[in-house]
Design a protein around this ligand. Structure first.
Ligand SMILES: [Zn+2]
Length: 268
């Protein structure tokens, strides 16, 4: 893998026949009590050493990923649009910086159906923000949730249920990673880069993967998925990428003590 281009809001890497572009939707903060100990309790201050903080709260970048190849142009997650915190909804600017745009997207796959992943699907006029995306892949377990979301009407006709092992485009395979949400999905690109959605919300969860996120639907299941995929990525030498990872959102994972460490990709 090599970095082809790096900008303020985007980083493009080459991976076999595919290009993967990390797109920054922006950054927000979440309260400290969003991280929970394995007992489900709020962390003590001493437990927060090593957390990625901003203004005394938890830094939360929001990212999406574009995978381009002979099989099409797949957008994985769509950012928060205007639906969530200020400082988000910059996906269009990130795409422009990367030399592409909404028209280029031919398929969309969602890691799950939370607000910071689905909201960018729909433009301010209520239409599909990516008009050439013929399919919107959503895990079977979350199709009903998606249909019930407000404002998603324009995307419903293009919905396709997604299951473990499915390939939304050539070279990309869906992998079940449930817990954060019932149908939470990761995507393995070219057998080498795991785009793992919301397995990790703060860098602290590398050193201490047992730490959960208050908004995990099932804390124990989310922890099991995080541990299993961190171990598999380490064993297999996969690169990792995630919606809330520290910049640039793509890197390597290594074992470190009782947990892991994250090493962002760098040029050269
Ligand atoms: Zn998220």
């Amino acid at each position: 893998m090599r970095i082809v281009r790096a900008g303020k809001l985007s980083v493009e890497v080459e991976l076999g026949a595919l290009r993967v572009i990390m797109l920054t939707d922006g950054e927000t903060i979440m309260p400290l009590d969003a991280l929970l100990g394995p007992d489900g309790m709020m962390l003590r201050e001493s437990d927060l050493v090593g957390a990625d903080l901003k203004d005394g709260e938890l830094r939360l970048p929001v990212r999406a990923f574009l995978v381009r190849g002979p099989g099409g142009c797949l957008l994985i997650d769509t950012g928060a649009g205007r639906a969530w915190h200020k400082g988000l909804g910059r996906l269009g600017a990130a795409m422009a910086e990367a030399g592409t745009g909404a028209q280029a997207v031919t398929q969309i796959a969602l890691s799950h159906t939370h607000i910071d992943h689905v909201s960018g699907l729909i433009g301010e006029d209520g239409g599909l923000a990516f008009p050439n995306a013929m399919r919107v892949f959503v895990a079977t377990e979350e199709i009903a949730t998606f249909r019930a979301l407000p404002r998603m009407g324009a995307a419903v006709m293009r919905l396709m249920p997604l299951e473990q092992g499915d390939g939304p485009i050539l070279g990309v395979t869906a992998i079940n990673a449930p817990g954060h949400s019932p149908g939470h999905m990761a995507f393995l690109v070219e057998g080498r880069l795991l785009i793992w959605g919301d397995l990790v919300h703060n860098a602290l969860q590398f050193a201490r993967p047992e730490i959960g996120w208050k908004y995990d639907d099932d804390l124990a299941l989310a922890r099991a998925s995080r541990l299993a995929l961190m171990e598999q990525a380490t064993e297999s030498g996969w690169l990792i990428a995630g919606a809330h990872l520290p910049g640039p959102g793509i890197g390597r994972i290594e074992r470190a003590g009782a947990g892991y460490s994250f090493h962002p990709v760098t040029r050269g």
